[in-house]
Design a protein around this ligand. Sequence first.
Ligand SMILES: [Zn+2]
Ligand SMILES: [Zn+2]
Length: 368
Amino acid sequence: MKKPPLIWLNVILFAVTFLGTLVLIPWRGMTDGYDAVEWLAFIGLAYASGLSITAGYHRLWSHKAYKASAPVRFLFALGGALALQNSALHWASDHRIHHKHVDDNDKDPYSANMGFWYSHIGWMLREYQAQRYHDYKNVRDMQSDKIVMWQHKHYLALALLMNIGLPAFLGWLNGDIISMLLMGGLLRLVVVHHCTFFINSLAHIWGKQPYTDKNTARDNGILALFTYGEGYHNFHHIFENDYRNGIKWWHYDPTKWLIKSLSWLGLAKDLRTSPQERIESARLQMQLLHAKNQIAHLHNYDELLERIHAEYELMKTHLLEYYQAKKTLLEAKRQQLVDTQLKTQVEELKARFLAQQKNWKLLTASYC
Ligand SMILES: [Zn+2]
Ligand SMILES: [Zn+2]
């Protein structure tokens, strides 16, 4: 089959910036060196642009995982121009299709089933889905956001201003325009490009599937370090409206920390989280599946399967009962109707749930 035509602008942009980085960054480093301010600008602008994509383009605009005030949305619009990944409107339109048709090679714009290269960068190099480039039906809600539409309309000017104007200005302040253009402009752009592209490529290839195996998305703590916390992608594909990707407090998810901090400052609100029992149920189901696979070759398969199923059912019942009671308690607290009987009941259900969880862990661990 004949391949669609190349998008020369993208081919040249990616090739020139990548090769330029390989040649110019070490050349300037050897001939002139970089000072601390230039390194700080590289790191600062990498976070500013990367987080604008993950907290802004992704969790705010594509998934409506929270609401952000106008100054925050304005900064995300500027940071998104700095990241040079097209306008928020276009990006979110692509991304919503990615979630809706994940892994479908005909519909998912960056389907991981097409391989690493395609899902990482190849999808942007040819006109694979030219017919829907200007179809923004699936982002109608975003079109009422004046900041989104302003950024979309002036994207090219903003991108040039942020990628060349801003580093040049910082370089002028610091007394070396060329070095700042290389560190805060070129190197930062290429690094952030590929780190965020990893979310579409590596985060669909490398890692575990603790919540679902219905798609290729993976959870990977190492990848989270390079993707501003988006490495917990298996969780994200099943609970896409959750403002977190790494749900444990110790999961490296600076995007989640930024959103939470913004809410403390009154700059973000209505942070959405998925019900804990749904998260744990999904996890439990995957553990059951995993255990089943592990015992498939054993001679006493039927007997083991029966036991595993019985423990699974018990675990599920205890889980749901505990979370239901917890919800009732919370509601009672809100209405200031808490009695000791209710509290004790929740405590008992919790103890029963934790005991069963221990049993379940021991049982499943013995087959892994
Ligand atoms: Zn994905
Ligand atoms: Zn997403």
